[in-house]
Design a protein around this ligand. Structure first.
Ligand code: BES
Ligand code: MG
Ligand code: ZN
Length: 488
């Protein structure tokens, strides 16, 4: 879909359906349609439409024997409407256009849109237009996608960046939605390599032999039960000239998580193609960075593996030596993500970045704690964690900080024949998983762990999300990297 800026008065575009974004109990933006404003306002009153956020109403009006279609989209209270309200309004508008089978439309959200509003609306329009239908032989009528939206007074640079953000998220969504018979560690590595080639990024892929030679027995152990061996992916964005800072993004890349020998029951195994969401978010971010070109060096790091039960699978009781030298005792083969991340975080630490952010669909416990729409945030540096939380409030990616200072909980990880054991009981499961990861982050590196088990994949569409993969994490990480670039 195209999003373009235009600046014509309503009279010159009246053949195209028009969406008008209004505030709650402030319909000032209706002024754009001149004489129609009063009629529309009367209908809104009659229909009891208030302009609350996440609401939309369609109003067909007859004049001179032609029907003009208006859509009024609510932004909520004017003083509370932030960028995420604009983003959601854009998405809700497009979703409705799709449903009404309208291919092209205009949108009005104010006379002069600033950079951030233009970006948010463009992003919302593009995300709302997304659906995963590549395997449907007969394209569902409902899924006709919108071809073009003209945004009145849109700020070009905002629209451009909004598109790049949306593309990064859509790239991640498309990858996550692919099933395990299509995306496995080998094909994921190939996709990373192709992406790097197309966008001028560096990319190193380590095969199962090199993985073992590097001492990554943790990643190797998790992957060795599968007919498709693991791969380690290192993709790099380097700006021209001296970078202002260096950051590593680590993504959990389980292309499928059956649980391994501690096999999951059917209900819990279903959707476990999404266990690569962190990895796919990293790739989506790398793609966007290649186009945004910030003055920041960014390393994308993924341990890709498939967790399967077989004669060659790793077992409960196994003791594994990780790349860091620390040993892990396996209590449960279904707590595999943290094992692969042990090697990935150690490798990332060796690059000596200032910051590491890891994204992982790590624990069901995090979903129990926070619900399925909020990611758990864990950090060894409160200032860094708080900065990400602040950014996430603007991006609309809900995150909530969970504690890392519980010494009694931490002790449970040490009750082992090895240096550390991979589970520590049911209570505080998201926290003990994060504490496990922290063991593999080198001293002095500022680290945030995002447990995205809930928001990475949805049962139902809403706002700018469609059913299935969300691309969660892409937006906030990109904003964070841009904030380093801008020095804000
Ligand atoms: N990939 C799962 C976590 C998960 C669960 C992600 C639900 C998304 C939705 C992870 O590998 C896992 O299986 N975790 C176990 C850990 C347990 C064995 C300590 C869990 O959460 O049950
Ligand atoms: Mg598991
Ligand atoms: Zn998993």
């Amino acid at each position: 879909m195209e999003v373009v800026s235009y600046e014509k008065p309503y009279e010159e575009v009246k053949d195209t359906p028009l969406g008008i974004f209004v505030f709650e109990e402030d319909f000032g933006n209706l002024r754009y349609v001149g004489a129609f404003a009063e009629k529309i306002e009367n209908i809104l009153k009659a229909e009891n439409f208030k302009g609350k956020e996440d609401t939309i109403i369609k109003i067909p009006l007859l004049e001179d024997d032609t029907v003009r279609t208006f859509y009024i989209i609510g932004l909520g209270k004017k003083d509370k409407a932030g960028f995420d309200e604009y983003r959601r309004a854009g998405a809700i508008f497009v979703k409705r256009l799709k449903k009404d089978k309208i291919l092209s439309a205009c949108a009005y959200a104010g006379d002069r849109l600033d950079y951030k509003r233009s970006k948010a609306i463009a992003e919302g329009l593009l995300l709302g237009n997304y659906s995963f239908e590549k395997y449907k032989s007969k394209k569902d009528e409902e899924y006709t996608s919108v071809q073009k939206v003209n945004l009145y007074g849109g700020y070009e640079e905002g629209i451009r960046v909004g598109k790049i953000f949306a593309d990064g998220q859509i790239f991640a969504r498309d990858l996550v939605n692919e099933p395990g018979n299509v995306i496995n560690p080998l094909t994921l590595a190939q996709i990373a390599q192709d992406l790097a080639k197309e966008y001028g990024l560096e990319c190193k892929i380590y095969d199962e032999k090199q993985i073992q030679e590097m001492g990554m027995h943790a990643l190797w152990s998790v992957g060795k039960g599968s007919a498709t061996p693991p791969r380690f992916i290192h993709i790099i964005y380097k700006p021209e000239g001296e970078p202002k800072d260096k950051i590593a993004l680590v993504g959990k890349g389980l292309t499928f998580d059956s649980g391994g020998l501690n096999i999951k029951t059917g209900e819990y195994m279903r959707t476990m193609k999404m266990d690569k969401s962190g990895a796919c978010a990293v790739l989506g971010i790398m793609k966007a960075l290649a186009l945004l070109k910030p003055q920041v060096e960014v390393h994308g790091i993924i341990g890709a593996a498939e967790n399967m039960p077989s004669g060659s699978a790793y077992r409960p009781d196994d003791i594994i030596r990780t790349m860091s030298g620390k040993t892990i005792e396996v209590d449960n083969t279904d707590a595999e993500g943290r094992i692969t991340l042990a090697d990935a975080l150690h490798y990332a630490s060796n690059l000596k970045p200032t910051y590491i952010i890891d994204m992982a669909t790590l624990t069901g416990a995090c979903i129990v704690a926070l619900g399925e729409y909020t990611a758990g945030l864990f950090t060894n540096d409160d200032a860094f964690g708080d900065k990400l939380l602040e950014i996430s409030r603007e991006t609309g990616e809900r995150m909530w900080k969970l504690p890392m200072d519980d010494k009694k909980l931490r002790e449970k990880l040490k009750k082992s024949d090895a240096d550390i054991v991979n589970t520590a009981g049911r209570y505080g499961g998201a926290i003990t998983a994060a504490m496990f990861l922290e063991e593999f982050v080198s001293e002095g590196i500022k680290w945030v762990h995002l447990d995205i088990a809930g928001p990475a994949y949805l049962k139902e569409e809403f706002g700018y999300y469609s059913k299935g993969a969300t691309g969660f994490g892409v937006r906030t990480c990109l904003e964070y990297i841009l904030s380093i670039d801008k020095g804000t």
